[in-house]
Design a protein around this ligand. Structure first.
Ligand SMILES: Cc1cc2nc3c(=O)[nH]c(=O)nc-3n(C[C@H](O)[C@H](O)[C@H](O)COP(=O)(O)OP(=O)(O)OC[C@H]3O[C@@H](n4cnc5c(N)ncnc54)[C@H](O)[C@@H]3O)c2cc1C
Length: 466
């Protein structure tokens, strides 16, 4: 058993070209469809797949940042080493830009390691697209499906397709989810992971033995199983940082931006004052464009440029709990699209245990948000309605909370609405804030970076492809 596991690991290492010191993506972070430069793409592929490649040391990363001066600035300095920041850095360096990235704690220590770990194709956007006849929502689905496939292909050692079971308790519900998920397959087309399908109540219980056949005066009619992606979010994030470093970006963790540097003549942001939180040494670094990817903390960075900047972020916390393995079978998740109080709850196999969540409550912004007892109880209560095992508080092995950086676009006409999509905003010359959105679509943030950033036209450079 142990030997076969080791062989499997060896195979993964061979396929991915990872060395033990450099955990990188398998293939280039950008797909050939993203741009035409296939020769450059090929050279990147070779560099990331080189088994002898090693991420340069912390000293080398720091020296490159310290070496950037006002006369010889970086092209881009990214603040924040979560999915957004590492995605932007990787995209920018792969397009030949000179890139630096600083992260105050460790890579993925923020929201990016506290997600549900799903690579969504956006099935809920599809429901909105159909019912509201909203083409914008449909475009989000197309985009999420494309990204889902690309992210899994780029890091197959950290991502995979996961079947998710939707229990149905009346025939209308069964028909509704079956038709909806067939439409999802249809829209996915070539990007589909596997076909969704209906299972009878007996078949469903065979596949998911802890699923309740009866409860609350209703009985299970069957389930519809569809596929989404599952990822190891924190390792994927570290993979993005390491791949960016292998391609030449200077990525520096435990380094905090404590103020921004302005050009005295025109007030443009031209760099940042940074503190190395390990050595406590401080230094300046300069860049043509500073990208604020500080997630829930992006307003504090914006206020370093303009004390009067209004808040963009409306933080919302989401809790997950870890339960013993017997709660869910290996390789099958359970999704309840509407609990009795109308929320979505997932129960997914995760590293030999079961992860369940999540909640959605307004919160204050802190680096270490704590899961509250009522949030843990809410999740236990929600899943207990669908399970035939006794759901006990003492079964909770661990719990965590993450903060969704839900953003309001300050330049949008309707400032009432919070975006579940990402927002790109240049509220001070030289400082571009990118926040909101989903892990699944992290690659989108960097898409619009064009080489004309070198010419100092960052706003245009960050115009996103639609
Ligand atoms: C409960 C929950 C479940 C979710 N589930 C999913 C899911 O299943 N699928 C999905 O696609 N998306 C999911 N999301 C959304 C996804 O996790 C986020 O959109 C994404 O992780 C945001 O990444 P980020 O890089 O913008 O923020 P973060 O990961 O928070 O990164 C920001 C970083 O900036 C750093 N920073 C802050 N200030 C400074 C400073 N002054 N100097 C240097 N660094 C600084 C922080 O330390 C932090 O590491 C979920 C979110 C939550 C909360």
């Amino acid at each position: 058993m142990a030997a076969s596991k080791l062989r499997a690991l060896g195979a993964v290492m061979a396929v991915t070209g990872m060395s033990y010191t450099a955990v990188t993506l398998v293939s280039s972070p950008v797909s050939a469809g993203d741009r035409g430069a296939t020769a450059a793409l090929e050279s990147e592929r070779r560099r990331t797949a080189d088994p002898a490649a090693v991420v340069p040391s912390r000293e080398v990363q720091a020296a490159a940042l310290m070496g950037a001066s006002a006369a010889n600035p970086l092209d881009v300095l990214v603040i924040g080493g979560g999915a957004t920041g590492c995605g932007v850095a990787l995209d920018a360096v792969s397009r030949g830009l000179r890139v630096g990235l600083v992260e105050r704690e460790d890579f993925s220590s923020g929201t990016s390691s506290r997600s549900t770990k799903l690579i969504h194709g956006g099935v809920r956007y599809l429901e909105k697209a159909v019912f509201n006849l909203d083409y914008g929502q449909l475009k989000l689905v197309f985009h999420a499906l494309k990204e889902r496939k690309q992210v899994i292909e780029n890091a197959p050692h950290l991502c995979h397709a996961l079947p998710c079971m939707t229990p149905c308790f009346d025939w209308f519900e069964t028909l509704y989810y079956w038709v909806g998920l067939k439409m999802y397959d249809l829209v996915a087309g070539r990007r589909m992971l596997h076909l969704s399908r209906y299972y009878s109540a007996d078949e469903s219980i065979e596949l998911f033995p802890t699923l309740a056949r009866k409860g609350h005066n209703r009985s299970l009619k069957g389930t519809v199983v569809y596929y989404d992606g599952q990822m190891n979010d924190s390792r994927l994030n570290v993979g993005l940082a390491c791949t960016a470093a292998l391609l030449g970006a200077s990525v520096f963790n435990h380094a905090e931006v404590i103020s921004l540097i302005k050009d005295e003549n025109n007030e443009r942001i031209i760099g940042a004052h940074i503190r190395d939180n390990l050595s406590r040494k401080e230094f300046d670094t300069y860049a043509k464009v500073v990208v604020n990817a500080a997630g829930p903390f992006c307003d504090s960075i914006r206020r370093m440029a303009n004390k009067e900047a209004p808040n963009m972020i409306s933080p919302s916390s989401g809790v997950h709990i870890v339960l013993p393995d017997y709660y869910s079978p290996e390789g099958m998740g359970l999704i309840v699209p509407k609990t009795k109080d109308g929320r979505v709850v997932f129960m997914l196999p995760w590293l030999g245990r079961t992860v369940a969540g999540t909640t959605d409550s307004s919160t204050v912004i802190t680096m270490y948000p704590e899961p509250h007892e009522d949030e843990i109880r809410f999740i236990l209560d929600a899943i207990s309605d669908y399970l035939n095992v006794q759901v006990r508080r003492t079964d909770v092995l661990s719990a965590w909370s993450g903060i969704r950086p839900l953003a309001m676009d300050p330049s949008a006409k309707n400032t009432e609405s919070l975006s579940r999509d990402h927002v790109v905003h240049e509220d001070h010359p030289g400082l571009i804030t990118i926040t909101g959105g989903k892990w699944t679509t992290y690659r989108r943030y960097g898409y619009g970076i064009q080489s004309d950033m070198r010419l100092g036209t960052p706003k245009k450079a960050f115009t996103l492809l639609s």
